[in-house]
Design a protein around this ligand. Structure first.
Ligand code: SF4
Length: 77
């Protein structure tokens, strides 16, 4: 199952743990001091994203499971 990543910038304190653990998936947001943004989360495994979310000191990274399009079609959504 695919994972969607949401960064709550109000909770983020700019600790940078996400960038250290997954530098290909997160980067500093241009023009927004010490706030991250997604770069390319497909470059890391879902397990790494879970590790990043667990390591964020303020729980600013939220993972949401996303149903694959085929599964969605099967549900008739
Ligand atoms: S680990 Fe959490 S607090 Fe640190 S920069 Fe990333 S989102 Fe912000």
């Amino acid at each position: 199952m695919a994972v969607r990543v949401v960064i709550d910038r109000r909770r983020c304190i700019g600790a940078g743990t996400c960038l250290v653990l997954a530098p290909s998936a997160f980067q500093w947001r241009h023009g927004d001091f010490l706030k991250p943004e997604l770069l390319d989360i497909t470059t890391v495994d879902d397990d790494v994203l879970r590790e990043v979310a667990a390591a964020c000191p303020t729980q600013a990274i939220v993972l949401e499971s996303v149903l694959e399009s085929v599964e969605t079609a099967d549900l008739g959504i």
